[in-house]
Design a protein around this ligand. Structure first.
Ligand SMILES: [Mn+2]
Length: 476
């Protein structure tokens, strides 16, 4: 990390050796056409970038684009806004357009510090959007918003960082939009400013995956499975949760996954009971069960795969009983996974198997007691968000959802002590088809015997031993 000292700047050439399987400009254009088709007459849709966020002092978090803006344009930079018009608009020079992307201006000095920018021409060339302007130009552009019956946009975040006053940053774009469209302070009461319609339209588009999206999602899911497999083979009781997280993410990156779709969850024993445990601070996972909910993301598409394994290589009788119950709940859901089944039915199916099983094992006396051990839902869409936008009514072909029942029995639970500290979640990703489903996460074992076999296998990482740290007084 460097401190900012300004000298004259270099001009960078375009980057080489990039991945070749990004979503195509035709894909993004197709999505904008699909959006326009769903918009009512005399309407405009505004899709804003996400704001940048401070990590520390003058250091920002790695920027993550609003998935909606990425979906409709492929643009990954901040300080941007897309306007899609139902009807053709006429520009000041008489030209017509029905979409307009506002981007950040090229700036060699800034680019040397924070990375290359596409700029207007780069966007036109690489992303195939014809009408592109800089943020500064947006200020001067006159759009008569009174001609629209509907102004469709997502809720504006209430914590947009204050404008730096330099150039056209996100805060100033939001301000420009509010002024041009005369957005009232409380716009939620006026249906002309339609946040609900924004959510409905984007959900109905994004919940159905196109073949191009499926190529990326399949890859993301397979990469997650490769991580799970390698960890199963390499894991030892002396490893830390952090180290195991690192192994997953190392394997992901080895296969080109740029990021994880959510903070990796690696919880040994009781830590598995914390549903979104992301501290991963236990220094030795020991011989208990290890719950690993880790999702590689590939070109923005996130998988969501969980495996729970016995670190010592063999399920104990109690671990086996709980694991089998969760597995059976998944299998029951798989049988119903096809077009036409409702999310409600999926949820009820998983819950019925888990609750009946827990009562049978004597862990719970009734359904409400059993629900405490299974406190979350079974299924959600995955895509550009790990909990992806969707209408959540009936399953349709080309939706991709998770199936993830779980049972968590913390210490001190009102049941026989032998069950305490067992936490099991099994999570798979499936593609819904007309009459059945495809198990996308088939590459990582789910069955007890297959997991035990995988743990017994040798790993490429077995010989990966690093020198001890000289400066460590305690611990490592
Ligand atoms: Mn999930």
């Amino acid at each position: 990390m460097l401190c900012l000292i300004l000298f004259s700047t270099l001009s960078l050439i375009a980057q080489e050796d990039l991945p070749t399987d990004y979503l195509s400009k035709e894909f993004h254009a197709g999505r904008r056409t699909a959006l326009r088709a769903k918009m009512p007459d005399k309407s405009v849709a505004i899709i804003m970038a996400f704001p940048t966020r401070t990590f520390s002092n003058d250091v920002e978090y790695l920027y993550h684009q609003n998935p909606d803006l990425y979906y409709f344009t492929g643009y990954k930079e901040p300080h941007s806004m897309l306007l899609v018009f139902k009807e053709k608009q006429t520009g000041p020079d008489g030209s017509t357009y029905d979409e307009l992307l506002v981007v950040q201006k090229r700036n060699p000095q800034a680019e040397q510090w924070t990375g290359r920018r596409l700029g207007v021409e780069g966007v036109q060339k690489n992303l195939g959007i014809a009408t592109v302007i800089n943020g500064e130009e947006f200020k001067k552009l006159s759009i008569d918003f009174t001609t629209f019956d509907k102004i469709i946009f997502d809720r504006i975040p209430s914590d947009v960082p204050v404008s730096t006053g330099k150039g056209a940053d996100f805060a100033s774009l939001v301000q420009q939009f509010k002024e041009k469209a005369a957005i009232p302070v409380d716009y939620s009461k006026d249906t002309r400013y339609d946040n609900k319609l924004y959510r409905e339209i984007t959900a109905s588009l994004r919940e159905i995956k196109t073949p191009e999206e499926m190529d990326l999602l399949r890859k993301a899911v397979e990469i997650s499975c490769m991580g799970q497999n390698e960890v199963m083979k390499a894991v030892t009781p002396a490893m830390s949760e952090l180290e195991i997280q690192g192994l997953h993410e190392f394997v992901h990156k080895k296969y080109g996954s740029e990021e994880v779709g959510y903070g990796s969850i690696v919880g040994a024993g009781e830590n598995g009971c914390v549903l979104h445990y992301m501290e991963n601070t236990k220094t030795k996972v020991g011989t208990s069960m290890l719950l690993m909910d880790v999702g590689a993301a590939y070109h923005g598409y996130s998988s969501d795969v969980t495996r729970t394994i016995p670190v010592d290589g063999k399920f104990s009788a109690e671990e086996r009983a709980i694991y089998q119950l969760v597995y059976d709940a998944q299998e029951a859901v798989f049988k119903k996974a096809k077009e036409g089944t409702s999310f409600k039915e999926i949820e009820a199916t998983a819950r019925e198997v888990v609750t009946n099983g827990l009562v049978k094992l004597g862990i719970a006396k009734n359904i409400s007691e059993a629900n405490k051990f299974y406190p979350h839902g079974c299924s959600h869409h995955i895509g550009l968000d790990v909990h992806d936008r969707g209408t959540y009514n009936e399953l349709k072909q080309n939706m991709v959802i998770t199936v993830e029942p779980g049972i968590y029995i913390p210490q001190g639970s009102n049941c026989d002590k032998k069950w305490w500290g067992i936490a099991v979640r099994i999570e798979d990703d499936i593609l819904i088809r007309e009459k059945d489903y495809e198990l996308l996460s088939i590459f990582a074992p789910r069955k007890i015997e297959d997991i035990e076999k995988m743990i017994a296998d040798k790993s490429a990482l077995d010989d990966f031993v690093l020198p001890k740290l000289k400066s460590a007084k305690k611990g490592f």
